[in-house]
Design a binder for this molecule. Structure first.
Ligand code: SF4
Length: 310
């Protein structure tokens, strides 16, 4: 949960999640929709889907016990080098390195090297991690970066490793590491259709894979063209519709995309289409919406349309 997400945001989600899925067996056998519902609002939903798949794999292949060796851990969905290092050092006390953004900053400053490559950071972290208490070492390194060796105005006078620090000796710690040029997020426009029938709104389940996979949404297309929206509704639900009044748009920032979701009312028209494939769709009351996993973006969109999951 902490990947790309702040601790204060995570804590209530973490507590609720553990209450609902108290062990690996509970998570392994849970319905993916329930897991996504518990995750809804945290973003990066692939993490939730991977966590559930990883739990199932741990139960199936490892008798419900998390393996400690790197290869078996790496074979779990969603587990990369960082997570392997965290699990091996913190859960099993093995001298495995961890490199995250905070660690990179500390190492870059300690060595006074402004432009190390990822492979260099891992090599350095591997060389430094001790056999005794690797868990405390790794957590200290990350914590040092998060609380003392901060990107701006690091507290060098209070730093326990200042006498080993090249950047401190040079006198300009903020010069390290060199900032990477950031790409501006791509501007994307999408259309979302609000179809309300007897105080119930039409929502569809997104395909399991990809951005916001498995979550529910009002019919949405990544296009500014109203006919693409009605065609998509026809394909996904068989309903014939036309676009009515435009509502106030919603803006949402994803990591690499800045999305403007233009909201329009959809009205049923005569006729029916044959839907393509299997898309789950429902007409939901405000109370029904509460039981569905919805992204923050969808909650904003529904609120804009005067519908609040209660
Ligand atoms: Fe960071 Fe300053 Fe400590 Fe060096 S002395 S590791 S720059 S806080």
């Amino acid at each position: 949960m902490l990947q790309q997400t702040r601790v204060e945001t995570v804590i209530p989600y973490y507590e609720r999640f553990l209450e609902r899925f108290p062990d690996v067996h509970a998570l392994a056998t849970a319905d993916e929709q329930d897991v996504l519902h518990a995750w809804a609002g945290l973003g990066y939903y692939a993490r939730a889907r991977n966590l559930k798949r990883a739990a199932a794999q741990v139960v199936r292949d490892h008798d419900g016990k998390l393996p400690s060796d790197a290869a078996a851990l790496e074979a779990l969905p969603g587990v990369g080098r960082y997570t392997v290092g965290a699990i091996r050092s913190i859960a099993f006390g093995e001298p495995a390195p961890i490199v995250d953004g905070n660690v990179k900053r500390v190492l870059s400053r300690l060595c006074a090297e402004p432009a190390l490559a990822d492979a260099d950071f891992w090599e350095l972290a591997e060389a430094l991690v001790p056999r005794a208490h690797p868990d405390q070492f790794n957590q200290s390194l990350m914590e040092l970066g998060a609380t003392v060796c901060t990107p701006r105005s690091p507290a060098c006078e209070a730093c326990p490793v200042s006498k080993h620090c090249g950047a401190f000796a040079v006198g300009e710690p903020e010069r390290f590491p060199q900032p990477k040029p950031r790409k501006a997020p791509r501007e994307v426009v999408a259309l979302g259709g609000v179809l309300v029938h007897r105080k119930r709104v039409l929502v569809l389940r997104r395909p399991s894979k990809g951005l916001l996979g498995g979550l529910w949404e009002i019919p949405t297309v990544e296009s500014d063209d109203a006919s693409e929206l009605t065609e998509s509704v026809a394909k996904r639900t068989g309903l014939a519709t036309r676009v009515g009044r435009e509502l106030e748009a919603v803006r949402h920032l994803f990591t690499h995309r800045s999305l403007t979701l233009r909201l329009v009312e959809l009205e049923r028209t005569a006729g029916k289409h044959s839907p393509d494939g299997e898309v789950e769709s429902r007409l939901c009351s405000e109370a029904d919406l509460q039981a569905l996993p919805l992204s923050k973006l969808m909650r904003k969109a529904l609120a804009r349309a005067g519908l609040e999951p209660t």
